[in-house]
Design a protein around this ligand. Structure first.
Ligand code: PBG
Length: 324
């Protein structure tokens, strides 16, 4: 059958009909809300390129986490900025480090909220790379030892999940082993499995002052043209014991999200990154789009592509709109 028997517009006629045939529905429980906690601010400080997103000092971070929880968002993802950075990111291993303290503060205030911690060195190294430097490049195997110790330290501080974002080879296995030996065999790992070397991370690097001081991240993050390699990265992390797999960024990589969804049955997360957030905010501040419509369209596209979990700076706003 075809036109005039078939008319797609019949089911678009009213809000009720459109609602009835909606294929993809966002819900606040889809979201993970990233939160920045910093040793160098004493009051919440807005990140210039990310309107509405702040660096929080200890003592103020639990309140923000609680706002997320009260809107029905199940999890937060923490990023920390230490006051001192060095060549090996040693601040990240301290039991009284910024993330360790923030985890304790949030778990104490909102015990039901899932607290996920980003595991990486770039926020803690003075050179801004995600690992230890040897011969002007990041040394893979020395770095994964440190990442495993960092993950264990966060586990001891009470995190509910660790999320390695460094893109070293073998880091999921190293972290899994360290957690298991440390008695944390039940602590899940969300792996940034297919993380691309993207120009969309600019605002994040401003937020945590983590831009590499020399070179770039091309020797460890993935090359944007490669889709089959992304699937191999994901499979490898699954084999090494990752519990949740992530594709990052989201919008320029919806094809990767969709292929991963079709090929793998593990829970799949997508990271709607800082530059994607900033683009939306720029369009809105220029009067070129309605913020609610634009944001919900972006988030719906990520879910439609196949993500189960959307990590997004829009989480609080979107949760409010979805509850209206
Ligand atoms: C750290 C890390 C980055 C992001 C998350 N973890 C930045 C990077 O790789 O430079 C980016 C998040 C965002 O842009 O929102 N390795």
């Amino acid at each position: 059958m075809s036109f005039p028997e078939n008319r797609f517009r019949r089911l678009r006629k009213t809000n009720g009909l459109r609602t009835l045939v909606t294929e993809t529905r966002l819900h606040p429980t889809d979201f993970v809300y990233p939160i920045f906690v910093s040793e160098i601010v004493s009051e919440p400080e807005e990140i210039k390129s990310m309107p509405g997103i702040f660096n929080y000092p200890l003592g103020k971070v639990a309140a923000e986490a609680k706002r997320a929880y009260e809107l029905g968002i199940p999890a937060v993802l923490l990023f920390g900025t230490p006051s001192k950075k060095d060549a090996t990111g040693s601040e990240s291993l301290k039991p009284d480090g910024i993330i360790q303290k923030a985890v304790a503060e949030i778990k104490n205030a909102v015990p039901e909220l899932v607290v996920i911690t980003d595991v990486c060195l770039c926020e803690y190294t003075d050179h801004g790379h995600c690992g230890i430097i040897r011969d002007a490049d990041v040394d893979n195997d020395a770095t994964i030892d440190l990442l495993a110790r960092q993950a264990l330290s966060y586990a001891e501080a009470g995190t509910d999940m660790v999320a390695p974002s460094d893109m070293m080879d073998g880091r999921v296995e190293a972290i899994r082993q360290a957690l298991d030996y440390g008695g944390f065999e039940s602590l899940p790992i969300m792996s940034y499995a297919a993380k691309f070397c993207s120009a969309f991370y600019g605002p994040f690097r401003e937020a945590v002052n983590s831009a590499p001081k020399f070179g770039d991240r091309k020797t460890y993050q993935m090359d944007p043209p490669n889709a089959r390699e992304a699937l191999r990265e994901i499979e490898e992390d699954m084999d090494e014991g990752a519990d949740i797999l992530m594709v990052k960024p989201a919008l320029a990589y919806l094809d990767i999200i969709n292929r991963a969804r079709i090929q793998f049955d593990e829970p799949l997360a997508a990271y709607n990154v800082s530059g994607e957030y900033a683009m939306v905010k720029q369009m809105v501040s220029s009067g070129l789009a309605d913020e609610k419509r634009l944001t919900l369209e972006v988030l719906t596209s990520i879910k439609r592509a196949g993500a189960d979990i959307i990590i997004t700076y829009h989480a609080l706003d979107a949760a409010r709109w979805l509850r209206e």
